[in-house]
Design a binder for this molecule. Structure first.
Ligand SMILES: *[C@@H]1O[C@H](CO)[C@@H](O)[C@H](O)[C@H]1NC(C)=O
Ligand SMILES: *[C@@H]1O[C@H](CO)[C@@H](O)[C@H](O)[C@H]1NC(C)=O
Ligand SMILES: *[C@@H]1O[C@H](CO)[C@@H](O)[C@H](O)[C@H]1NC(C)=O
Ligand SMILES: *[C@@H]1O[C@H](CO)[C@@H](O)[C@H](O)[C@H]1NC(C)=O
Length: 621
């Protein structure tokens, strides 16, 4: 079961459980026994004039609604059930306003009306995923004294987080993630002592975590990721917030050492501190996080040895310590394995492992990332290949053994990275599993031809999206591309590939990046290349291509980078964006390319009429 749960889906499960617990506890306070409630609804139930007016003011400020939710807000009784997203109590007062774009399609454009602050009985406000709601959170929201849940996620709200929100003392869940809020967190929010869930992720917030947050005794879920917060991680997090199960402070600018108290949180399941500027070591006390399932500390400046106590974390399935300065050796206790481990990333540290440790090779793991760990010799053979989802052994000194990996036995493999080794192997010996979507073998010593890895046969490789075999010794031609391939990135640059670009390249309708530079490719650029409507990056430089640059390439709207440099091309550069705004360097060292950004053309065979009309072009050459 856990095998199929990705890290993100686990987060969702945690979040969902929290939301459910929050909303069930909030509704229990308002709902009396069910039969009585029905009676009252039948009797009264007509929505209060004031609440209806507040809702209609909100509707007026939404100038466009492609979700169609607000079109159901008609008629006088907003409590009769017809107003989508609106729920009332038996007295006809609005208690729930829940607006979310269905399946994340659609949007609302406009601002939040201050009159929403008049919904005095509101307990739940969810206005999420509507993308184009802009402007600030109105100060009037601080009047919503009964609010237990406020979710304003994934809109385009701006300004500061109003300090008045600190007056919403019933609030259990506050999320404003995925907006454009700036400035610091108002210390007044520390008064929200009933908060269970607090999410400010994906904004532009700055400054430190306010000391007042030590009052969040009930907090279970804290997500401040993807902001620009700085300062130390306060030690009170571990000392006072004992109910925390989820902490994500990743992608900020927190610095200094991790407080030791952080490692005494008995209920913590998930700790993500990656992409900060943390220094120091992982203290041995990390073994105190008895419930921990996921630990991500990558992309910091941590160093020292990885403590042995990590192997005592019975539930740890995800361990990501990549891109720090941890040194060898790994603790001996790891040889007995970390009991629940599924996913390990120790890449880009100061580790000199020599060989892939047996406890990694022989375990049922999903992700094995040991890039730049000074691994040598033959690639390992994994004894539980079926469970592997991603392998990254790039930037090591492996010399052979791709057949020994037995890739076809890895029936779940999606991502394989073996770049920057010294692998000597014939490409035709590499059999990829059908599930694979990313293959990165660049900068090795691979020989042979591309025909097998890109072959036409059957339904194989239909999931392959990224293929990078650049900087090897690959020879032969570029094979035909069949229909139905999903390739988005093809990089075969810096090899010894000869022959033509096949016309069937137009079958790669998903292609975004095509790099065949630094080979021996001849012939003309096929007109059909212009059919690749999603192409963003095209590098044909340093080959032996002849003929013109086809004007069909003007059909590729999104092209951001193109290079035709150092071929034998001739004729006029297609006139139109973006070809004339690429730098001249993209066209230099050809036989006789001309026209903007190079000097104008002058041949008899083209632009005769224009030449007669503008003789100064000829004179300027
Ligand atoms: C912490 O969680 C437990 C169990 O959910 C609960 O009983 C307790 O009241 C919580 N503590 C605080 C301070 O909310
Ligand atoms: C570890 O974290 C980095 C980002 O910090 C990420 O790129 C990498 O994929 C993670 N490794 C695994 C195995 O999830
Ligand atoms: C890298 O690890 C070695 C021991 O394996 C150690 O002597 C050296 O100081 C470490 N370098 C850094 C920068 O931590
Ligand atoms: C590769 O894996 C398959 C299926 O698991 C197995 O039958 C075969 O013997 C393996 N080959 C090698 C060389 O280990």
């Amino acid at each position: 079961m856990l095998l199929v749960l990705s890290l993100t889906s686990l987060r969702w499960v945690i979040m969902l459980l929290l939301i459910l617990s929050v909303s069930s506890s909030s509704s229990s306070s308002s709902s009396s026994s069910l039969p009585r409630r029905r009676e009252e609804e039948a009797a009264a139930g007509v929505c209060s004039q004031a609440d209806r007016a507040a809702l209609l003011s909100f509707k007026v400020r939404i100038v466009k609604d492609t979700t169609d939710i607000l079109s159901s807000w008609t008629g006088t009784d907003c409590c009769a059930g017809g107003w989508e997203g609106v729920e009332c109590n038996p007295a006809g007062r609005v208690t729930v306003l829940q607006l979310q774009s269905p399946a994340n399609r659609g949007y609302m454009k406009g601002t939040l009306s201050p009159s929403l602050g008049n919904l005095n009985f509101l307990e739940v406000m969810v206005i999420s995923g509507l993308k184009q709601i802009t402007g600030p959170i109105p100060d009037t929201f601080s009047n919503l004294a009964h609010l237990t849940q406020l979710a304003l996620e994934d809109n385009s709200l701006q300004g500061n987080i109003p300090s008045g929100l600190g007056r919403l003392s019933s609030l259990q869940s506050l999320t404003v993630a995925g907006n454009r809020f700036r400035g610091q967190i108002p210390p007044s929010l520390g008064r929200l002592t009933n908060l269970v869930q607090f999410n400010l992720a994906r904004n532009f917030l700055t400054g430190p975590i306010p000391p007042t947050f030590q009052n969040f005794h009930a907090l279970q879920y804290l997500d401040l990721s993807f902001n620009m917060f700085s300062g130390l991680i306060p030690s009170f997090v571990g000392q006072h917030l004992h109910n925390l199960t989820f902490i994500d402070l990743s992608n900020n600018q927190f610095s200094g050492q991790m407080p030791i108290s952080l490692f005494s949180l008995p209920n913590l399941l998930d700790l993500s501190l990656d992409h900060n500027q943390l220094t120091g070591i992982i203290p041995v006390q990390v073994g105190g996080l008895k419930s921990l399932t996921s630990l991500s500390l990558s992309n910091n400046h941590l160093n020292g040895h990885i403590p042995a106590s990590i192997s005592s974390l019975q539930n740890l399935w995800h361990l990501n310590l990549s891109r720090n300065g941890f040194s060898s050796p790994l603790p001996e206790t790891f040889a007995r394995g970390i009991p629940s481990l599924l996913s390990i990333d120790l890449s880009y540290n100061n580790l000199s492992l020599g060989t892939v440790p047996d406890w990694i090779r022989s375990r049922q793991l999903r992700d094995v990332h040991l890039a730049s760990c000074q691994l040598r010799g033959t690639l390992p053979s994994f004894t539980k290949p079926e469970s592997l989802n991603s392998i990254d052994l790039s930037h090591n000194q492996f010399t052979d053994g791709i057949p020994k990996l037995n890739l076809t036995s890895m029936s779940s493999l999606q991502s394989l990275k073996l770049s920057n080794n010294q692998l000597k192997c014939d490409l035709s010996e590499i059999k990829l599993p059908d599930t694979i979507s990313l293959v990165d073998l660049h900068s090795n010593q691979l020989v042979g031809s591309l025909s097998r890895i890109l072959s036409n046969r059957g339904s194989s490789f239909s999931f392959l999206e990224v293929l990078d075999v650049s900087n090897n010794q690959i020879s032969g031609g570029i094979p035909e591309f069949r229909q139905g391939l999903r390739l988005k990135v093809v990089n075969i640059g810096s090899n010894k590939i000869a022959g033509h670009i096949p016309i069937s390249v137009s079958n790669l309708i998903q292609l975004e990046r095509f790099d065949i530079s630094r080979n021996q490719i001849t012939g003309t650029i096929p007109t059909s290349l212009g059919l690749l409507g999603k192409l963003q990056w095209l590098d044909l430089s340093i080959n032996g291509l002849t003929g013109k640059i086809p004007t069909s390439l003007l059909g590729i709207q999104g092209l951001r980078h193109a290079s035709f440099r150092a071929n034998k091309l001739c004729g006029e550069i297609p006139e139109g964006r973006p070809f004339n705004i690429f730098p001249a360097a993209a066209y230099l060292h050809n036989l006789c390319l001309c026209g903007k950004p190079l000097p104008p053309c002058r041949g008899k065979n083209q632009n005769n009429k224009q030449r007669r009309m503008t003789p100064e072009i000829e004179m300027s050459q």
